[in-house]
Design a protein around this ligand. Structure first.
Ligand code: CP3
Length: 339
């Protein structure tokens, strides 16, 4: 097994800098499109054999050093009782919203092996195939809450912040429920064989630090604390989170995810003795080869004092990225970091 990724997470010496890319299994790959052409996104998420196939695609095609379970952060919200659909071009849409006590009471805390058995089955099947470590994941409670409250994606998050500021007890009640469900869900993933776990906090960056500290952070800490017993590296990624780095460093995560809006050297100085993951701008994959090479070299140099560095994009790979450019980046990271 190639354990370079796990070693970097633990701050151990590695022969080269491992790389994987957030959203590495997805629409930019024609091989994914082909599988997806026959099923809806949700059907895909619930078919373990197909999930295994698309999880493996970027490993085989692009030589990534870690695999991430193919699923979605909102699968758990659906299992909690929120009917979910994905609309072409519009993203996730929930049939109902959670904005009052009655709708909160309707949400359940599911048994992960029953309600999301297909996820655990995917993990077990993947473990038989993989020669690189498998990352399991969930959405962080605040990010999941925004989708339930808004009923889907949002740009302004009016309903989320309205609920937070005008009905804080209800808001905390929702966060507690998502937290409990997420703990059980990630523990089940660890038991099924996930070798690292990542919490995606895609929308943490819309909060003022004081509101993050009050409404989001305690739940992140609670989840990460509940996973310590499994002895798998824990990764916390707060997107747009340069103002929240000190929190991320103290969250209980072994690895702090970084978007591209901060220089990795500055971030390392602030997170201290933690491994970091990131942080090239996903659109920088469009650079011509010589410029991409310079950019990667600079990032590797800037990250040399980190306790551990896992090369990654600062957010998910964009769906129109040419796969050849992603492959070029992987090869360059391997080549330049093994010198
Ligand atoms: O990283 C991987 O390769 C594993 C799979 C994965 C998906 N979603 C597959 C997906 C992971 C880790 C996610 C996480 C996720 N999902 C996040 C957090 C990361 C981030 O991007 O900030 C969020 C916020 C979601 C919610 C979600 N899922 C949205 C908003 C959308 C629609 C927007 C979009 O990119 O299409 C999805 C759909 C989705 N999740 C797709 C994939 C491959 C595209 C579905 C398709 O095939 O049409």
């Amino acid at each position: 097994m190639n354990d370079t990724f796990l070693r970097a997470c633990r701050g151990e010496k590695t022969d080269y800098t491992p790389i994987w890319m957030m959203r590495q299994a997805g629409r930019y790959l024609p091989e994914y499109q082909k599988v997806r052409g026959n099923v809806t996104f949700l059907e895909l998420c619930k078919s373990p054999e197909l999930c295994v196939e698309v999880t493996l695609q970027p490993i085989d095609l692009l030589n990534m050093d870690a695999a991430i379970l193919f699923s979605d952060i909102l699968i758990l919200m659906e299992a909690m009782g929120a009917p979910l659909d994905f609309h072409e071009g519009k993203g996730p849409v929930f049939a109902t919203t959670v904005r009052d006590q009655a709708s909160l009471d309707k949400l359940i805390i599911p048994d992960p092996d029953e309600a999301t058995g297909f996820v655990m089955e995917t993990i077990k099947l993947l473990k038989k195939e993989l020669k690189v470590p498998l990352i399991g994941f969930a959405g962080a409670p605040f990010t999941c809450a925004t989708y339930l409250i808004e009923g889907g994606s949002s740009k302004v998050f009016w309903e989320t912040k309205k609920l937070m500021f005008t009905q804080p007890e209800l808001f905390h009640g929702l966060m507690e429920k998502i937290t409990e469900a997420t703990i059980l869900y990630l523990q089940a993933q660890a038991r099924a064989g996930a070798q690292a776990l990542q919490l995606f906090d895609s929308w943490a960056g819309i909060l003022a630090p004081c509101d993050y500290e009050e409404f989001a952070y305690p739940y992140v800490r609670k989840i990460l604390a509940s996973l310590k017993q499994y002895d798998v590296p824990l990764i916390y990624f707060a997107n747009n989170g340069a103002t929240l780095l000190e929190y991320s460093a103290e969250s209980g995560a072994d690895v702090v995810g970084l978007d591209w809006r901060i220089n990795i050297k500055d971030a390392i100085a602030r997170v201290g003795n933690k491994a970091v993951q990131g942080n090239i701008d996903p659109f920088a994959l469009l650079l011509p080869e010589d410029k991409l090479k310079n950019r990667i070299q600079r990032l590797l140099d800037d990250a040399k004092d980190a306790r551990g560095h896992i090369f990654n994009l600062g957010h998910g790979i964009h769906q129109f990225t040419p796969p050849a450019q992603a492959k070029l980046a992987v090869d360059l990271v391997h080549e330049l970091s093994s010198k």
